[in-house]
Each structure stands twice: as structure tokens, then as C-alpha cells.
Design a protein around this ligand. Sequence first.
Ligand code: ADP
Ligand code: MG
Length: 632
Amino acid sequence: MTATAETHKFEAEVAQVLHLVTHSLYSHKEIFLRELISNASDACDKLRFEALGNPELLSGASELRIDISVDKDARTLTIRDNGIGMTRDEVVANIGTIASSGTRKYLEALSAEKKADAKLIGQFGVGFYSAFVVADKVTLTTRKAGEDAATGVRWESAGTGEYTLETLDIAERGTLVTLHLKADEDEFLHAWQLRSLVARYSDHIGFPIRMPVDRADENRDGKPTDEWEVINQASALWTRPKSELSDEEYQNFYKHISHDFNDALAWTHNRVEGNQNFTSLLYIPAKSPFDFMGGGRDERKGLKLYVKRVFIMDAAEQLLPAYLRFVRGVVDSDDLPLNVSREILQQNRNLEKLKAACTKRVLDLLDKLAKDEPEKFATFWKEFGQVVKEGVAEDFANKERIAKLLRFASTHTGSAAQTVSLDDYIGRMKAGQDDIYFLTADGYAAAKGSPQLEALKAHGIEVLLLVDRIDEWLSNYLTEYAGKKLRNVAKGDLDLSKFGGANEEKRKEAEKAAEGVVKKLKALLGERVRDVRVSARLTDSPSVLVLDEHDMSPAMQRLLKQAGHDIPEAKPVLEINPMHALVKRLESESDDARAADLGLLLLEQAQILEGAQLDDPAAYVRRVNALLVNGG
Ligand code: ADP
Ligand code: MG
């Protein structure tokens, strides 16, 4: 039975992606083959999984496989699988009426990169559309496993705004995708070319990929034969011994599971036998996927759980903590039940152990990278360092190991690059120094120029500069490392007297001498500050704000306020530098109004340096101008 074809329209966003795909020039057109084979392989994985509970589904052809063939006269290339197949509704939902969240993200990525690139397409779950890079018409016929022959569907589109759908009889389950190649895409009609692409991109697919036996040399009449031969390894790569695997094979497998176009940065491949038996192959990408920092936490794909070689599900959340969500790879367990569902998995006692083991593997790999390949580690840190920082709070058991991996900017390097580890810092600590000093700020420039650093600099004491958004939060969790306290230099009493020197003597004297001006300022500022005192922090600037040891930092207060939280105001302490001319001037100012202006300025300047927005910037400007014009 063949009903007449119905014509449907794509949703606007799908049409937009197709338009981009069909009208752009690509550097790696052949990606389409990898994507279509990957879909065929997913379909075989899904069927094998479903068949665990319902072996009937495999009746007919129990060997799952993927066949590739060409018809030179018709100029078509066909990829066929005998996997799960699709119902009519599934075709509509999966292949294109309805825009997936990936469609939107792909469009965003393209406009962000200012160019369309096929390399990206698979990452967004819209890999099927890459067929239109080389084809001006694509026909997909499919029939779901376990359904009647009469439920077959044919979908066809020229990649413009619409497609046709038709119901027809299809005897065998599975999906057939036929590409009607564009005029200048003849290279994909050559069997040798296709074989070499399969060898390059899809060798490790766990199902046999077959092509017709090529007898062109012996049998010059060129008649097609019915014989097929397997053209890939067709064994799960991770089950093979490490010694047999080349870097290239590892990299190709990485690209297959991650849809990343770049090589992986590093990987770790292990077989564990004992209480638990499992194999893990875990990769660290060299580049974060598009929008990784934005959307990353909930959508976690790319870590696949197999049980005895059978693909079970994407299980990144179950197998690794969130702060390692950049990891891609495969975990194949011999101990989990094959019929494991997401719910069962969460309750399985083995799972926690599996997760701990995978976490340890990744941390081991990162340790090794930091030690043996610092350049690679630097790349890693740039891409994923911010995510790793979450681990300090998230993974108590590994806190010390994670802290060891952290890298920061520092006053020692004089560069914004985050390269200094806590161990580096400890190695450079001054005699008598017990604490690790750090400063948090809204950015490197603000940190580097902060008056909080003046006295520490004068004493030659290194300060770590924590300038990422997450650092403020990180510093609440990372209070100690290797038996040393981490100290925020903007908080509490900064006592540097043990680092001694003439400076300290002078300061004591100045403190005494400044009693008058401190009193004056306290009276002028009243409720605005908790206290006014002489600073041990300053050498050049007139004033600075400090907090008590347990106060929330102003940056944190601002963040929480922005997020709508109602938080009690923590009043700062104003510290002054009595040696500064501005402070001296306040001391001797006899005009009350002018003294009030000077007092406020000392507070406001400190607020600005700390990164705050002034309550009344206009009044501030007026005060500064009045002093500039009259007060010289
Ligand atoms: P992704 O594979 O990342 O989900 P694709 O655009 O490649 O994105 O494919 C979209 C969806 O279409 C797949 O998730 C799957 O449901 C369906 N699909 C594509 N090819 C096949 C196939 N050969 N057999 C069964 N379903 C398929
Ligand atoms: Mg796909």
C-alpha cells in the first residue's frame, strides 16, 4: 500500500539550518558520512538494547550491520542499517519538522563564529542535516523494528523549506538514507574514497560496516556483485589491548563519541578486574564545546555506559561528578545488570564505586598532565579550569587533589595568565610566612592595581589574584591547603609586623600621631562605616576598605543582591594611610564643609577601587570638582 505523498513544511529554524548547510562552503564535507554512520550505529545500539527485553525484535536479521553502496548512474550514495528504525511520528519529530534545542544552538554558534561550519554540526544533535552538504535531495525510508511492514515511511526533501512524507510497505526493519549527490560531489561515488573515509572516521564502530566486494580489476565488465565485505574493524575499540591501539585510532574514536572535530588533549584507558570488572576509556577534550560554560551543567552527553559491550545509555551524570562534565568516553561494566534503567542505576551499589573509580582516573590523568606535559595542562586549564574549581566544593573526598590542580594569576608572575599553583606559591613563601595570601577582585586589572596589595608588595610577599567570577565562592570553600591557611588580604587585621623593617616602626609612630584625624573621620562618616583605623596595608594610596574575617565580601554581596536576595548590609572598616597628603590635608582642614567633602572622598575612592558603584555618583563628581577648582 502506498499512500500519496503529503507535503509538509519545516519549522522556521530547521529551514534556516538547512539553508545554511546547503549554501555554505565547507572545509570538511566528508563529515556527513561520519554523521550518518554514527546515526546508523546509534540505531543498532538502540535495537540491541531494546532486544534485551524483547528478543523478538531481532527476528529476521539478528546480525546488526551498516551497508554502504553507490549507484554511479543514478549518482546516489546509500547508507542502510538494520537497527531500530522509526515510526512516522518519530520521523516527523527527529528528522525535521520540529526544531530541537540543538537547532537553535547551532544557529547561535554559527552566527557567533560568523561562518557556517560543518565541523560543528554533530555537536548540536543536528548531524543528519549534514547530508545536505553534498546532496541536493535526500530520501530516507525507514520501518521500526517490531512493527508491520505496512508502517514503513518515506521522507524526502531537497533541503529547501519543505519535505514529503509517504507511507509504504517495507519488508525489513531499519533505515535507508539515500543521498542524491550534487553535481560536483562525484568523489563520493568512488568506492575507494568511501572505504578510506570509513577507515579514517568509522573504523572502530562496533558493528560491521559493509560495502559490495569490488571486483572491478578482475571482472572488467563492472557488473555489481551481491557479495558484501566488511570494511571496518567492527570490534569495540575499548575492548582491545592498549598495546594494539595507535594514537590515531584513539583520536578517531574520540571524534566519533564526542562529535568534536579537534583531537582530544589526553585520554586514559583502563581495564579493572577484581571486586568490580570494568573498562573505562576517558578523554579530555582540547577545546570546550560551544556554549559549554553557559548550558553545560544540565545537558551532559558524551559519556556512554555499556554493560558487557551493549550500549545502555548516556550516563555522564551517573558516572562522573558535575565538575568533570567536560570528560567524554566510554565505561563498560561487567557487573551491572543488562536491563538497568536510569532509576535502577541510581540505586545500584556498584555505581558509586564506578563513579569513584572514574573520578580517580580523570584526576590521575590531570595530575600526570600537570607534571609531565605542562603545556597541555595549561591548555586544559584555560578551557576547563573554571569548571574544575567547582570540585573544591562538590567533591569533599578529593578536595586536596583538586586544590593541587588549581592555577591562579599572581603578583609574582605579573601576568593575567593563570599559571601559579598552590604548591608553587608555598615554595616561594617568605621565611616566617604561615599563610597563603590571596585577593579576590572583579578582574585582573582591578586586582593588580588594588591598594590592598601595597604593603605586601613592599614586603616582597606574593599574593594570588583570584579574578574569575567563581573565585569569590571558591574562596569560601578553600580555606586551607597543605596545612596552610588561605588568607584574604582584604579581610581582618593584616599584621605584617613579623616581616619587620623600619616601615613598621614608622607606622607605629604614625598611628599615634594619627589619632586626631581618625577621630575626625569617624565623626564625619558616622554610620557609613563600622570603624576607621590606621592601615598596615597601604603605602601609596590614601584609603582602603576592609572587612572582618567572617564578613561576606562586597563582590559576593553584590552578586546576591543582583540575584534578588535580601541580605543584611555589612558595613566596612575604612583604613587610612596617615602618611598620605590627602589625609594630612584633612587633618589640617579647618573649614567644616571642606573637611566633610574630604572625608567622604576618602571613603568613596576606596569604594570605587573595591569595585562598588557609588550610591550618588553625581555628588561625588561635584565634590571632586569643588576641590579641584577651589581647594588647590
Ligand atoms: P543526533 O544523532 O545527535 O540525535 P541527528 O541529527 O544525527 O542528531 O539525528 C537526529 C535523530 O534522528 C536521531 O536522534 C535519531 O532519533 C533519528 N535518526 C537519525 N538517523 C537514524 C537512523 N539511521 N535510524 C534511526 N533513527 C535515526
Ligand atoms: Mg547523529
